[in-house]
Design a protein around this ligand. Structure first.
Ligand SMILES: [Zn+2]
Length: 190
C-alpha cells in the first residue's frame, strides 16, 4: 500500500474519530505496548484485521486510540528526517540499537524484521556477521563493523579503545550477535 497521510486515511476510510475508543492523552510506553500486544488484538480501524500498531489521536472530543494493522500502520508511518532510507542503513541502525539495548539491559531483545520486499524474516545471522564492534563518540555511532572471528573482533575492539581513550562520551562495545551477549565494553560497565 502506498504511503498516505493519516488525515487522508481517516477520510478515505470514513472513520469517525469521536467514536474511537478513549485513550490516555499521553500514553506511557507500557500502555502503548499493552495496547499493541493485547490478545485478542484490537481490530484495525480501517480494515478490521487484527491491529498490530497503535497511536493516540488528540481529537476535539479528547484522546482516542487508533488501532491499525501493520499494512495500514506502515502506510501512514512518517519517517523521521534522520532515519536511514536504504535497507542496509536501516539494518545497521537496527543492529546498533540492539547492541545498545543489550549493553544497557544485559538482555537481548527478541527482534524480528519485516520488510515490504520479504515480509517477516529474522535478522541475518551468518558467520561473517557474528562479532559486532561499535564505536560511540558523543553518544552517536561513529564507526562499527562485523567480523567472523572473535579474536579479530577483539583486536579491533582494543584498537578502537586505544583510539578513543581520553575522549569524553566515547564507548566501544563488542557483541556476539549469535547469542546476543555483550562480550566486552569500554569503559567497563560497573
Ligand atoms: Zn488495516
Amino acid at each position: 500500500m502506498d504511503r498516505i497521510s493519516l488525515d487522508e486515511l481517516l477520510k478515505q476510510a470514513d472513520i469517525d474519530v469521536a467514536a474511537l475508543p478513549p485513550a490516555p492523552t499521553s500514553p506511557t510506553d507500557q500502555q502503548m505496548r499493552a495496547r499493541i500486544t493485547a490478545r485478542p488484538a484490537y481490530r484495525c480501524a480501517v480494515c478490521q484485521e487484527g491491529g498490530s500498531t497503535a497511536r493516540v489521536l488528540n481529537t476535539d472530543q479528547g484522546a482516542r486510540w487508533l488501532d491499525l494493522c501493520l499494512r495500514h500502520g506502515l502506510a501512514v508511518h512518517e519517517p523521521s528526517p534522520r532515519m536511514p532510507t536504504t535497507m542496509e542503513g536501516i539494518l545497521a541502525d537496527l543492529r546498533e540499537a540492539l547492541a545498545e539495548a543489550t549493553a544497557a539491559t544485559g538482555q537481548t531483545p527478541d527482534v524480528r524484521l519485516w520488510t515490504d520486499e520479504n515480509g517477516w524474516q529474522d535478522m541475518p545471522m551468518d558467520e561473517h556477521h557474528r562479532y559486532h564492534v561499535t564505536l560511540i563518540l558523543d553518544g552517536r555511532r561513529a564507526r562499527h563493523g562485523w567480523w567472523g572471528v572473535e579474536a579479530v573482533a577483539r583486536e579491533k575492539f582494543t584498537l578502537w579503545v586505544g583510539e578513543c581513550s581520553g575522549k569524553a562520551g566515547s564507548r566501544v562495545i563488542l557483541t556476539d550477535e549469535h547469542t546476543g551477549a555483550v562480550l566486552t565494553t569500554w569503559p567497563q560497565q560497573p
